[in-house]
Design a protein around this ligand. Structure first.
Ligand code: ASP
Length: 349
């Protein structure tokens, strides 16, 4: 009887210790304004990507109560200098961390300029459904009311939450939680800089609480065909933006430079003026894949509206921004050049 009591007691102690264990969150730092440093209390002449990861973590009081934190520096750049090479490195490291059970969730600190692109790239290429959360800041770490520490605290809270599993790659900013597919930077300077123009946020994070309102039903998740393990290069896809009376110079130059694909950031519902219809026809004749996107911030580009895609040889970006359509086309071209399959990708992911 005594022995049995002893065993029960030790089991209870083990359980209590286990129950107290915090989720393990790994922070991968890539740079950005969140790691930015300036000489004055405003944003004047600050330099993004200056502070190392340990400084970012030590500026967040209480973070150690939310999760067991570890950190790694992947790069330290302003995200205007984000590259496909860094994306590939990030993707490899994330898949490795989850494969080796090194963390329960990952937070990526990142500049805001291209944060939505990295989030979508990782949504399509990450092979695990554990939480990956990007965040950043609009004010450098040295500014009055720097927003970085709060965003980082919130991002860690979301990454540590059991409710975040299976929700793909997300962006946390100004207490909002966005899915990596829908989110866009919508302000150049405001602290509340991100929105999902077509679908709204997935939820909110506040006072250490995570509340989800909805699920993203698109399939930009671990099951996409875009397993890039083993690749160290991706097809070269460019974006050509149109405007009133735009000449064909950009498209012709991209074709001459040898791109594999072009997303035309067209007018309204992805419309092209005559000069660019001709340029697209020339591009396709030379084997370049062309997707019709739009420069408009919300809505979708529809097939066969004002433009006859079958005749022109194009397909549409659906509701993706042109910069995100570029990412899907880069990854799509690793699989196929077939237009119907590529179009299906755009309606699915
Ligand atoms: N240029 C900066 C960057 O993207 C802006 C920011 O982080 O807010 O790295």
């Amino acid at each position: 009887m005594k022995k049995l009591l002893c065993v029960i007691c030790s089991l209870m102690i083990c359980f209590a210790v286990y129950a107290q264990q915090l989720p393990r969150v790994k922070i991968l730092a890539t740079g950005g304004t969140i790691a930015g440093k300036g000489a004055s209390a405003d944003r004047a002449a600050y330099k993004a990507g200056s502070l190392p990861i340990r400084d970012l973590i030590s500026a967040v009081p209480g973070i150690e109560k939310v999760a067991e934190i570890s950190g790694e520096q992947i790069s330290n750049v302003g995200s205007q200098d984000m590259t496909v090479d860094i994306w590939i490195k990030l993707n490899k490291r994330i898949n490795e961390i989850f494969k080796n059970n090194e963390a329960d969730g990952i937070v990526i600190t990142h500049g805001t300029d291209t944060q939505e692109e990295t989030a979508y790239f990782l949504s399509l290429t990450c092979r695990y459904d554990l939480p990956v959360v990007l965040t950043g800041s609009m004010r450098p770490a040295t500014a009055i009311s720097a927003d970085g520490p709060k965003n980082l605290y919130d991002a860690v809270t979301v990454a540590a939450s059991p409710n975040s599993k299976g929700r793909g790659v997300m962006v946390v900013f100004s207490e909002n939680i966005f899915d990596g597919r829908g989110v866009e930077k919508i302000s150049t300077t405001h602290v509340d800089a991100f929105k999902s123009p077509n679908s709204g946020p997935l939820g909110q994070v506040y006072d250490g609480k995570v509340v989800y309102y909805m699920h993203d039903l698109r399939k930009a998740n671990k099951n996409t065909p875009f397993d890039i393990t083993g690749l160290d290069k991706l097809p070269n896809v460019a974006v050509a933006e149109l405007y009133a009376d735009a000449p064909s110079t950009a498209i012709d130059a991209y074709v001459a430079s040898g791109v594999d694909g072009i997303v035309v950031s067209g007018l309204g519902n992805g419309n092209l003026n005559k000069a660019n219809v001709e340029a697209v026809t020339r591009a396709i004749a030379k084997g370049v894949t062309v997707c019709r996107g739009s420069r408009v911030v919300s809505g979708r580009v529809t097939l066969f509206d004002e433009t006859d895609d079958a005749k022109l040889g194009t397909f549409v970006a659906d509701d993706l921004s042109s910069q995100k359509a570029r990412i899907l086309l880069m990854l799509g071209l690793t699989q196929t050049k077939d237009k119907k399959t590529l179009q299906d990708y755009f309606f699915t992911y």
